[in-house]
Write a protein that binds this ligand. Structure first.
Ligand code: DGT
Ligand code: CA
Ligand code: CA
Ligand code: ZN
Length: 570
């Protein structure tokens, strides 16, 4: 479908015309066309061939001709014409609040500003302030706009977004005006990073609810406030984040929740499915002609379309609707299925708690087993264990096990994969351990794929930890050929890890799903460096769910007896 591409072109034309000072209604016509096309569920190419474009409300003769031109030639003259003399970098700056098209034009003509870097420079050196009619206050506002613009491009990690959403929901629920408040959007789908927080609220007095919402402590800026929606920028101890609320009556709650949970791609497909059945799905309900036939609960919305309820984590249009139609939805793994954690550190290397403290914390989670996997000696920055200290830890674990009969304490190591591809401990030592977790912690540019593959070939290795090494907010993964690593893991029956540390979530959802399809088993491990970190398991489980994993795909859902067999533990 070319719908999205065409919508973007019209948006770009509108931006360019606005920049050039074209009359407002002309700009608006292109913007409106872009919105309408983006929301179309039918293929625009098909509509055009059937000569039906002009029947779409809001699409006039001029726009229809331009769409036809683009579909036939792959080009639109109007776009080239509008863009003449303006770069994309410059146009993007129109998204900065408090920097209007006229001002942008002035800074471009008079000061030669071509991009964000230039704009920051002319603020820094004072030349923007000196520009005709500018003044300090106005420049200050532009600066604030830049900060929000830059933040707007950044996404917030899921753990932080969940925490903030929790505070907002608590605040909302304190009000007698509000019956219900549920996080929706990407947060409910548990994506690894969140653009903005969306909260669905039910209640009668929308205006008063929005009022109450915008007066929440920490609100830096109110972006929108109406009868049914409100949007604010919230200050947090790190970067600010946008929070949107939507207010709906109780009887539409399910339909609204379905809509605002998204993803957009999932919703588009659901709507076109509805259309095929002669129904209309919107945030207000499911309708046959004008009659409401579902909408109070989310399940009712799916049900009238002939579908079972689909878990939010897989609503990404990655085959879930087809699977639901065929009654082949996976039964996704749940946090309650997890029976242990196979990658835990202690204060013997770089963590904060003792062996015993970690064991007690694991018992509180009702785990049947845990594996200690402290760092090995090459990880000197992490106070990695020497052979001598590893032996001491093994003895300490054996001693500790005697006083616990309700949990298995496994002797393990997180062994570094060295630059040579060899492991940081000899096979003789590794073979005495219950669980060997292998990781790359250094030499990120040195033949990582080959090194990982040779680690996988080592019969003592059980699990490959955080296989790409990425840190979501700080660095991309190493240059590793994961496809090849997975092939090796498959061939040598090795377990791949989903590292549940929220800044890692490595493997991610896409690669985990690929691993599952190849028949590779997964371990969801927290890599805990302290008691509190054991709670990260839920983020790892979310990745697994987004990857369609079921209980049987995850080794640490096994009962102790079965895990023992799988890992060949004597
Ligand atoms: P984010 O905030 O970037 O992490 O991702 P989302 O999925 O939370 O997206 P957001 O906040 O823009 O919108 C929340 C939900 O509202 C989205 O998941 C689906 C629905 N939605 C938003 N815009 C559209 C749209 O243009 N068309 C359709 N069909 N649904 C939309
Ligand atoms: Ca969102
Ligand atoms: Ca939103
Ligand atoms: Zn670790």
């Amino acid at each position: 479908m070319k719908n999205k591409e065409i919508a973007e072109i019209f948006d770009r034309i509108a931006d360019a015309l606005e920049f050039k000072g074209e009359q407002f209604f002309r700009v608006l016509a292109y913007r409106k066309a872009a919105r309408i096309i983006e929301e179309l569920t039918d293929d625009i190419d098909v509509l055009n061939k059937q000569d039906k474009l002009r029947e779409i409300p809001g699409i006039g003769e001029g726009i229809a001709k331009k769409i036809d031109e683009f579909l036939k030639t792959g080009k639109m003259k109007k776009l080239a014409e509008a863009m003449q003399g303006i770069s994309k970098d410059l146009l993007e700056l129109l998204n900065i609040q408090n920097l209007g098209p006229k001002t942008l034009k002035l800074t471009s003509d008079e000061l030669g500003v071509k991009n964000l870097k230039d704009l920051k420079r002319v603020i820094e050196d004072g030349s923007l302030t000196k520009l005709f009619r500018m003044g300090e206050k106005k420049v200050e506002n532009i600066q604030k706009g830049i900060a929000l613009f830059e933040h707007g491009k950044a996404r917030t990690p899921i753990d932080r977004a969940l925490e903030i959403a929790d505070t907002v929901v608590k605040y909302l629920k304190k009000s007698r005006l509000i019956a219900n408040a549920t996080p929706s959007g990407s947060l409910r789908r548990m994506k690894e990073t969140i653009g903005d927080i969306d909260i669905l609220v039910s209640g009668k007095n929308g205006k008063k609810i929005v009022d109450y919402f915008t007066k929440m402590p920490g609100v830096m800026q109110v972006l929108a406030s109406g009868d049914t929606k409100g949007s604010v920028i919230l200050e947090t101890d790190l970067e600010p984040i946008q929070v949107d609320i939507r207010i709906v009556p109780e009887k539409q709650y399910g339909a609204a929740l379905q809509y605002f949970t998204g993803s957009k791609e999932h919703n588009v497909k659901i709507r076109s499915l509805a259309k095929e059945k002669g129904l209309k799905v919107s945030e207000y309900g499911v309708f046959r002609d004008k009659k409401t036939i579902a909408g109070k609960t989310e399940a009712s919305v799916y049900k009238v379309l002939g579908l079972p309820w689909i878990p939010p984590e897989i609503r990404e249009d990655r085959g879930e609707i087809e699977a639901a139609l065929a009654n082949k939805l996976p039964k996704l793994v749940e946090l309650e299925d997890i029976k242990g954690d196979l990658h835990i550190h202690t204060n013997n290397s770089d963590a904060v708690n003792t062996l015993e403290e970690m064991v007690n914390a694991a018992i509180k989670l009702s785990y049947e087993y845990i594996a200690f996997a402290d760092h090995s000696k090459a990880a000197f920055y992490a106070n990695g264990l020497t052979e001598e200290r590893l032996k001491r830890e093994i003895n300490a674990i054996a001693k500790l096990q005697i006083s616990y009969n309700n949990i298995r304490i496994l002797r393990g190591i997180e062994v570094d994969v060295l630059d040579s591809g060899k492991l940081d401990f000899s096979d003789e030592i590794l073979s005495q351990l219950d669980v060997v977790v292998a990781s790359v912690h250094q030499g990120f540019k040195k033949r990582v794929t080959e090194r990982m593959c040779s680690a996988i070939e080592n019969p003592n290795v059980d699990i490959i930890a955080h296989p790409t090494g990425r840190l979501i907010s700080r660095r991309p993964g190493y240059d590793v050929n994961l496809e090849k690593v997975l092939e090796y893991a498959k061939k040598y029956h090795k377990i791949m890890e989903i590292n549940a540390y929220p800044d890692r979530l490595d493997l991610n959802d896409i690669w985990t799903r690929k691993a599952k399809e190849m028949g590779i088993k997964i371990a969801i491990n927290t890599d805990a460096h302290g008691i509190a970190d054991l709670e990260w398991m839920k983020f790892g489980v979310s990745v697994a769910r987004r990857a369609w994993l079921e209980k049987q795909d995850v080794v640490n859902t096994l009962k102790w007896k079965d895990l023992k067999n799988l890992l060949n533990i004597r």
